[in-house]
Design a binder for this molecule. Structure first.
Ligand code: PEP
Ligand code: CO
Length: 455
């Protein structure tokens, strides 16, 4: 019996048992035969990740549940089929590495790095249709489904995109593995990660000071006769992949039995999460993910009641395996303290060992004065501050953060030391969907989070 299954669960769960449940947020695929062919094709492809890697992440997350590690989960809101060059992936990785150095150096506990990367294509939408020039078009659901252009042709769900999403995930993951294991992530490059546009800024200079301290510490250890070359932890990092498990046919096609343990794993990514719009207790997404062995997350919006959250814990982690379940609260800066505290109390009282993660992005989105979807860095900081304050008040552990960011110099979120204003939003707004923090805002944020972490 696998560790995360309660007695009885295995009697009813299969990789297809979700198909008997109401399923939220699926595209209306016009050609079922083409859909089935695409899914069969993917089912014949190799897994993208291995079960042993997913288990290693569960173990690392178990430490985060106890305050002995901190999760940094970050990346694009949605990856794009149109922007798939190496620089984009490298910049994403670089800013995650920089943030992780800031967090680890300040807190003294390991930073668990999980990208919203190599598979983060599918998007839930508030409405199934969008009215453009008096015509109702299917909503854009991410490049794994359709294209964002406002025409009927572009918005038509196309199963060939499922196959393309697999291939793009594979090539992204290939580069991520090369970057993390092949020298780019070596700690001796801690200075070199500071890109030009960050290095000259206030945040960048603060980072330089920290990088210099780390280099001095490395020199000291070398002088003491410690063989740094023989210490792989200084030369390589683990960067895990994650995405919202939204399009369940795709996830099913990549769900395989692990030959070591005999258990089922969703091999599309190391960690999968259920979005705030598809976390219905009797729904297909909860049914599907309860049966796979990966570490999983659930987004928790402001409408979630304590009973509901406990029921999700029971359904998804009945055996209370530490590290198996992360609850990713996205409550909004104004509501976070009031809404979070009853949830923290209820989960603790129920004895569920969850990783509490703060997503300070999705509860703080608004339209700018000129109608552009944005977020303000001050709100992001306020929500994180409220998240930490709620944990302090309840005596529970803040386990990590979940962010939408890029290392690039975009202008999508307001605020920060360079003070991005309404009128700058159109300068370099490149996100496929939600606005991301740019490189400078991200480094700034890492220092602010580091100040909140216990030392
Ligand atoms: C997201 O993470 O991009 C997202 C849509 O989040 P949520 O489900 O919390 O709204
Ligand atoms: Co988003």
């Amino acid at each position: 019996m696998p560790a995360w299954h309660a007695i009885g669960v295995l009697d009813t769960w299969t990789p297809t048992s979700w198909r008997d449940r109401p399923v939220a947020q699926q595209p209306d695929w016009p050609d079922q035969a083409a859909l089935n062919r695409a899914l069969e094709t993917i089912a014949g492809f190799p897994p993208l990740v291995f079960a042993g890697e997913a288990r290693a992440l569960t173990q690392a997350l178990a430490h985060a549940a106890e305050g002995r590690a901190f999760l940094l989960q970050a990346g694009d809101c949605a990856e794009s089929f149109d922007a798939h060059g190496a620089p984009r992936i490298r910049e994403q990785l670089r800013v995650i590495l920089q943030m992780s150095v800031v967090l680890t150096y300040s807190s003294g506990v390991p930073t668990i790095k999980v990208g919203r990367i190599a598979g983060q294509f599918a998007k839930p939408r508030s409405a199934a249709f969008e009215r453009v020039d008096g015509v109702d078009l299917p909503a854009f659901r991410g490049h794994i489904v359709n294209d964002a252009a406002p025409t009927a042709e572009a918005r038509r769900p196309d199963p060939a995109r499922l196959v393309q999403a697999y291939h793009q995930s594979a090539s992204t993951l290939n580069l991520v593995r090369a970057f993390t294991k092949g020298g780019f992530a070596d700690l001796s490059r801690v200075h070199a990660w500071n890109q030009e546009f960050v290095a000259t800024s206030r945040e960048g200079r603060r980072y330089e000071v920290l990088a210099e301290e780390i280099e001095r510490a490395l020199r000291f250890m070398r002088a003491c006769g410690i063989d740094l070359e023989a210490t792989p932890q200084l030369h390589q990092v683990d960067l895990y992949t994650s995405h919202e498990a939204l399009i369940l046919g795709y996830e099913q096609a990549l769900t395989r039995v692990d030959s070591t343990s005999g258990d089922w794993y969703d091999c599309s990514a190391h960690m999968l999460w259920i979005g705030n719009r598809s976390r219905q207790l009797d729904g297909a997404h909860v049914e599907f993910l309860r049966g796979v062995g990966n570490p999983i997350g659930v987004k928790i919006g402001p409408a979630a009641e304590p009973d509901e959250v406990i029921a999700l814990c029971e359904a998804l982690n009945a055996d209370r395996v530490p590290g198996r379940l992360s609850l990713i609260a996205r409550l909004g800066a104004d509501l976070v303290e009031d809404r979070l505290r009853p949830l923290l109390r209820a989960v603790r009282a129920a004895g569920h060992p969850v990783v509490w993660v703060c997503d300070p992005m999705h509860g703080n989105t608004f339209a700018s004065a000129n109608g552009i979807k944005t977020r303000h860095l001050d709100d992001v900081l306020r929500e994180i501050g409220g998240f930490f304050a709620a944990h302090r008040a309840e005596g529970t552990q803040p386990g990590g953060v979940h962010l939408e960011l890029t290392g690039e110099d975009v202008t999508e979120c307001l605020g920060g030391a360079e003070e991005i204003l309404d009128e700058h939003l159109t300068d370099r707004y490149e996100s496929v969907l939600d606005p991301r923090l740019n490189g400078r805002q991200s480094i700034d944020l890492a220092f602010r989070i580091a100040e909140l972490l216990p030392r």
